[in-house]
Design a protein around this ligand. Structure first.
Ligand code: ADE
Ligand code: ZN
Length: 322
């Protein structure tokens, strides 16, 4: 029997700090004498129990990346792993606030990550871009500061701006100025919504932030008018099925709305979010969703095409990848 040919994949939604292998976090923690025993267990697994403790563990793990070289290693490791799973393109969320907390300037952070992305590309041809995120529960001033940093020091691989963090904190109206600044600067924009918040949270993100992509967005399924709006307006959902299951948004994959949303005409992409925290990889997302919902290879190719079409990259790169 011949080997199955790997489906080309593309990812739009992965937090780079959340992609850190626990073994790397442990190694750097020893080097910098940081206590991570509360977030990485003896078996090399992350320790957390709900969204709040996940966010805390994520903060602690982020804090062991202290130099551009640490971030270069993290990005290279992640993009090489993505490429090994058949990915041709990946966007990572980067968090300048987490880097500052670890003592790194915006410029050093981005240059370190870019070095890692370029190194991985040299070995594998994978294309990578970065989306700088503001953390919602840090408030609107912190989120605006991120846009100002990005626009004051433009980098060719930082092509997007986004909002992550606790969706239950702060109304999207608080962040409309930041998103207006980002759009005016030519950045692609996306916001987490409809992960822990319901349909109203997604509607508010669309209305106040004017985004064409939504991180998660899966709880749109609870409002059929919203599902129609997403489909009609061509809004792209960055769906992260195993993240939703790990965080208890859905119990098992067969009850996840990804297939229903797709059947309703909503543009869907598949993503890993924070892979080692949630026991997933991009390859697992594609394979498990395809198996559970009987998606063909052509169905999976359509997911990848949707991601490339919605990617925050230049047209020449997009056309080369399509
Ligand atoms: N930051 C990292 N992972 C996240 C998630 N799943 N939702 C919101 N913010 C995050
Ligand atoms: Zn996310």
């Amino acid at each position: 029997m011949s080997e199955p040919i790997t489906v080309p994949k593309a990812e739009l939604h992965c937090h780079i700090e959340g992609a850190a292998p626990p073994s790397l976090v442990k190694r750097l923690a020893e080097k910098y004498r940081v206590d991570v025993s509360g977030v990485v267990d003896g078996n090399g697994k992350y320790i957390w129990s709900d969204f709040t403790t996940f966010l805390k563990a994520y903060d602690t793990a982020s804090n062991v990346f202290r130099t551009p070289a640490d971030y270069a290693l993290l990005a290279e490791t992640y993009f090489r792993m993505l490429a090994a799973e058949g990915a041709i393109y990946g966007e990572i969320f980067i968090s300048p606030d987490h880097a500052r907390e670890a003592g790194l300037s915006y410029r050093s952070y981005v240059e370190g990550l870019a070095t890692g992305i370029e190194r991985a590309k040299n070995g594998t041809a994978i294309e990578g871009r970065m989306i700088a995120i503001g953390v919602r529960h840090f408030g609107s001033a912190a989120v605006e500061r991120v846009v100002k940093e990005v626009t004051a020091e433009p980098h060719p691989l930082v092509t997007g701006f986004g909002l992550a963090g606790d969706e239950r904190a702060g109304h999207p109206a608080n962040f409309s100025k930041a998103f207006r600044m980002a759009s005016e600067a030519g950045l692609g924009t996306t916001a987490h919504a409809g992960e822990f918040g319901g349909p109203d949270s997604i509607i508010a993100a669309l209305d106040f932030l004017r985004v064409k992509r939504i991180g998660h967005g899966v709880r749109a399924i609870e409002d059929k008018d919203l599902v129609r709006r997403l489909a009609d307006d061509g809004i792209v959902l960055e769906v992260c099925p195993w993240s939703n299951i790990a965080l208890g948004v859905y119990t098992v994959l067969r009850f996840h709305p990804v297939n229903m949303l797709r059947k309703a005409g909503v543009k869907i992409t598949l993503n890993s979010d924070d892979p080692p925290f949630f026991g997933t990889t991009l390859g697992k997302e594609y394979a498990s969703v395809a198996e559970t919902f009987n998606w063909s290879r052509e169905d999976q190719m359509e997911i990848t095409r949707t991601a490339i079409e919605a990617a925050f990259c230049d047209e020449a790169t997009r056309n080369r990848l399509l």
